[in-house]
Design a protein around this ligand. Structure first.
Ligand code: PEP
Length: 254
């Protein structure tokens, strides 16, 4: 049995007060939730140190949405993995398509960020996924395989155990268009086969693979019912308490 995880990616939304109030509401919900689902709130940096002190539920964690590829020093505006860890946060998202496209983060840089995050005892949520033109040309398997192989280059099996993968087809992020459950399942199954080649069957069976891209209460149950879909990375719907909690509940029966 793999872990079931619902992670929220708040992106650049929520001032401090709004964020604390949402985090408190989700924590309250999680205190009563006994389904075993783990929740990770990936917030802007400014919320992290605050929300980690307010969490009371057992299965709720905080994560950042990015970290620097550098340890420390004269890198104005950057936030290091060590700083994130010092807030009590346990996770960091690396490789989100918005970072890849708006901030030109390439596979080599992402590999450096993953290594530095793991070295600082953070767990990584690594995002991969093809853009629309790659899906239309039928290149999506090759694209995702290359992203994974490059990102995890040089990462040992024991370090890899601290990585969660999020498959996020870029054409589905924030667009309202969701991959069908069959499209998600076939890609998750494929990703598991890539992980098996790199780290062996035992590890690939244990690796948590989340789906992300316009996941909402109306489609989460069906997506999460797929064999290789272990939960979701939720953007827009993670900003609404009701929607996010309904998504957490949609594991019922799995
Ligand atoms: C995301 O940005 O990781 C995401 C999945 O966004 P949305 O749910 O809004 O498509």
């Amino acid at each position: 049995m793999r872990r079931k995880i619902v992670a929220g990616n708040w992106k650049m939304n929520m001032n401090l007060q709004e964020g604390l109030s949402l985090a408190k509401a989700v924590d309250n919900f999680m205190q009563k939730n006994e389904s075993g689902v783990e929740v990770i709130l990936c917030t802007p940096f400014i919320h992290l140190a605050h929300i980690t002190t307010l969490f009371k539920a057992d299965n709720i964690y905080a994560g950042a949405q990015n970290c620097s590829n550098m340890d420390s020093g004269a890198y104005t505006g950057e936030i290091s993995a060590k700083m994130i860890k010092s807030t009590g946060a346990q996770y960091v998202i690396i490789g989100h398509s918005e970072r890849r496209s708006y901030y030109n983060e390439n596979d080599e840089l992402l590999n450096e960020k993953i290594i530095i995050a793991l070295n600082n005892d953070l767990k990584v949520i690594f995002c991969c996924g093809e853009v629309l033109s790659e899906r239309e040309k039928g290149e999506y398997y090759e694209v995702v395989k290359a992203q994974i192989e490059k990102a995890f280059s040089g990462i040992s099996l024991s370090d890899f155990r601290n990585i969660i993968i999020a498959y996020e087809p870029v054409w589905a992020i924030g667009t309202g268009v969701t991959a069908s459950s069959a499209q998600a399942q076939e890609m998750h199954f494929f990703i598991r086969s890539v992980i098996e080649k790199m780290y062996g069957k035992e590890q690939s069976d244990k690796t948590v693979i989340l789906y992300g891209g316009s996941c909402k209460p109306s489609n989460s149950s069906e997506l999460f019912s797929m064999n290789d879909v272990d939960g979701g990375l939720i953007g827009g719907a993670s900003l609404k308490e009701d929607d996010f909690c309904k998504i957490i509940e949609s594991f019922k029966g799995k």
